[in-house]
Design a protein. Structure first.
Length: 385
């Protein structure tokens, strides 16, 4: 089977889109058979992390284009120029217009349908108009959790055999950092206290105001947390929130909260090790990878109990309502100061992270592709085991 994948978001800094694209490239290559072929569209200079001499993979690098130009012109032009033509094109959120090849449309979540106020009006209307139109017309729809699969079926009235659950995966973490590496991180980022970490973009649905309030409440209630800092690592999403996006110039709000902006992959790894706990209070997720990344490194997780997060975290996190600031503060305190709770979360977290490996993503992807190529058997939309 020949598949073409729009991986142009790699290197873009677009948060979850880039993370998913990297995960899909790894899984595509791992799951491909000897006779399968993969075409990749990459942005100039973007690293893929795959073996460039793999004869099953051919990549094209072009200057990155944004927005409508990409889907109306650049992506269809690339697809039409592929020879031999692919059997299927995988595209994120929007299909290429007029590419002439069946599309596997990746829709990671429908937050734009359910949390409209969290998006600029023009963005919300664009997403609603295009995804509502293209999802039913695609050869199949890919999504990253059973929660999202059910949401797509319900919201767009899609038949089950056309919506495929392809879970993301967490890579085995790099080696445990040395004391010197962690000390260097703290020096560079001026982190002179124990930390509670938030990792992700600063989109309104991430619920950072409640997280900050819960952290401050926990510090007031428990003396052992008085010296902690809440570190927010992630870039703003819409416009400029007034927070620094440069990890070399962290911004401190003066009340125990430090905004780092977007951080490098290396610093992301170090921060996850350095943190006493990861706080992930999001109101809406299609998957939610940072909790699994923390679990893989032995860092306890406190997260919200809505959308896909309970599915992904299982019993390996303390789950609370995203609007229950008091419960969030109590969970933070327990995860930091409760020795038995902390030990249980660390042990369960390691097991949970191992459950989400790249082979599972690869099996889900290629099973979905072959079902689409065969016209979609009735069982094609079932969850990945």
């Amino acid at each position: 089977m020949r598949v073409a994948f729009d991986a142009s978001s790699i290197g873009s800094g677009l948060g979850g889109d880039e993370t998913m694209a990297r995960a899909m490239v790894r899984a595509l290559v791992l799951g491909a058979g000897a006779n399968d072929r993969i075409e990749l569209l990459l942005a100039d200079g973007a690293p893929t992390g795959i073996d460039v001499v793999d004869t099953r993979v051919r990549s094209t690098s072009e200057p990155r284009s944004g927005g409508s130009r990409h889907f109306l012109w650049d992506l269809p032009r690339w697809v039409r120029g592929l020879n031999p033509a692919p059997h299927l094109v995988i595209s994120f959120t929007h299909s290429p217009v007029g590419g002439g090849v069946p599309v596997a449309l990746m829709v990671p979540d429908l937050s734009f349908e359910h949390l409209g106020d969290a998006y600029p009006r023009s963005t919300r209307l664009r997403l609603q108009t295009i995804v509502r139109r293209q999802a039913p017309r695609a050869a199949g729809v890919l999504t990253i959790s059973e929660f999202c699969r059910a949401d797509l079926r319900c919201t767009y009235r899609l038949p089950g055999h056309r919506v495929h659950h392809v879970p993301l995966h967490v890579d085995p973490p790099a080696p445990v950092p040395t004391t010197g590496q962690l000390e260097d991180l703290r020096r560079r980022l001026r982190l002179d206290a124990p930390i509670v970490l938030y990792l992700g973009n600063l989109h309104p649905r991430k619920n950072l105001p409640n997280a900050i309030e819960a952290f401050r409440l926990a510090r007031r209630r428990h003396p052992d947390l008085a010296g902690h800092r809440f570190v927010v690592a992630g870039a703003t999403w819409w416009g400029n929130s007034g927070r620094s996006n440069d990890a070399n110039s962290p911004a401190d709000d003066g009340d125990g909260v430090r905004f780092l902006g977007r951080v490098s992959d290396g610093d992301r790894h170090l921060l996850l090790h350095a943190a006493d706990v990861l706080l992930y209070p999001s109101r809406f997720e299609g998957f939610g990878l940072p909790p699994l990344e923390a679990m893989a490194r032995g860092t306890p997780v406190v997260a919200s109990n809505v959308t896909s997060i309970p599915e992904v975290c299982g019993d390996a996190a303390l789950l609370v309502g995203p609007d229950d600031v008091g419960a969030m503060a109590d969970a933070l305190t327990a995860a930091i100061t409760g020795d038995s709770i902390r030990a249980r979360l660390i042990d369960a977290g390691h097991r949970r992270a191992r459950h989400y490996d790249v082979q599972r993503t690869a099996d889900g992807l290629w099973s979905a592709f072959r079902a689409m190529g065969a016209g979609g058997a009735a069982s094609a939309g079932t969850a990945v085991a």
